[in-house]
Design a protein around this ligand. Structure first.
Ligand code: OAD
Length: 262
């Protein structure tokens, strides 16, 4: 079956890479952006662009308070899909997790399964590559100082709009906004991982936002086995070697168990 085929490729793969999107955190209660009940049905994407932040930081922050609460207001825990990926990493089957998510749940899963110790970072780069940043932090646009997001959002909610760093600079959520360039180093690393990979897993992403959209194509182009795991169709499905139209919490633990049996 498809699972066995993928497991067989993973057994012999030198480099396996996973790309994740909002769908992997959906079973943890984090809403997705698109699809049924998606965040962009209820919030206006235009409110959260980099241009808006620059033109009207107070208005941006006022709107962002609600989005932050919607996305991360409840305490979210990693689910069995995050844990299966962390376990695959720990057993050396999976090199890097490239994620579009800003919820930090891959880190939590890695910590949980390694008894509080962080996974060891391979010499050639971080094992979890956060393409869109991390919403648990904010960053001063002037001095670059990072701070925990929660207290800054509390200040904003109490009326400090926009919240500012001690240096006087504006705080910005430490995430990539629409219209903002992704850090060049992160994109390059993601592309070279896709190129090097023998197995590439695209998990819980609609694969419509760049650069994530082109990573599976790069992997296919360089001969990797590419698998897609999403509930809904993606534009990449036809090119994929294997498509699992199933819940991440079914597929990933089953994949991990299959590999452990061997
Ligand atoms: P999307 O919300 O676009 O897509 C989520 C995908 O996950 C869809 O294909 C769903 O079918 C699938 N899905 C949902 N629940 C699932 C489950 N339990 N099991 C399997 N699949 C499931 O999320 P992303 O592709 O991550 O960017 O979105 C990409 C970017 O668009 C985000 O990082 C964000 C957004 O605008 C920025 O904020 C810059």
């Amino acid at each position: 079956d498809d699972l066995e085929r993928l497991a067989a490729d993973l057994r012999t793969a030198e480099t396996a890479v996973a790309l994740t999107g909002a769908g992997i955190s959906a079973p943890s209660g984090v809403p997705t952006f698109r699809g049924d009940g998606g965040v962009w049905d209820r919030f206006d994407e235009g409110q959260f662009t980099h241009g808006r932040f620059q033109r009207d930081p107070a208005g941006f922050w006022a709107a962002r308070i609600d989005l932050q609460r919607e996305l991360f207001g409840d305490d979210h825990e990693p689910n069995v899909a995050h844990e299966a990926l962390a376990a695959l990493q720990q057993s050396g089957r999976l090199e890097t997790i490239v994620t579009q998510n800003t919820d930090g749940l891959h880190d939590d899963a890695a910590e949980a399964i390694s008894d509080g110790d962080r996974l060891q970072t391979p010499l050639d780069g971080p094992s979890i590559l956060e393409l869109h940043g991390n919403a648990r932090r904010v960053r001063c646009v002037d001095c670059g100082q990072r701070a925990e997001a929660d207290p800054i959002f509390e200040r904003a909610a109490a009326g400090e709009l926009p919240p500012r760093c001690d240096c006087g600079g504006l705080f910005k959520p430490d995430v990539v906004l629409f219209g903002e360039q992704l850090p060049g180093a992160a994109i390059q690393r993601a592309r070279s991982l896709a190129r090097e990979s023998d197995v590439f897993l695209a998990i819980g992403s609609s694969l419509v936002v760049e650069p994530a959209a082109s990573l599976p194509r790069i992997a296919t182009g360089s001969g990797a086995t590419v698998a897609v795991v999403t509930l809904e169709e993606t534009p990449f499905d036809e090119l994929a070697d294997v498509v699992f139209r199933r819940d991440v919490t079914d597929v990933l633990p089953a994949l991990y168990e299959r590999l452990e049996e061997s």
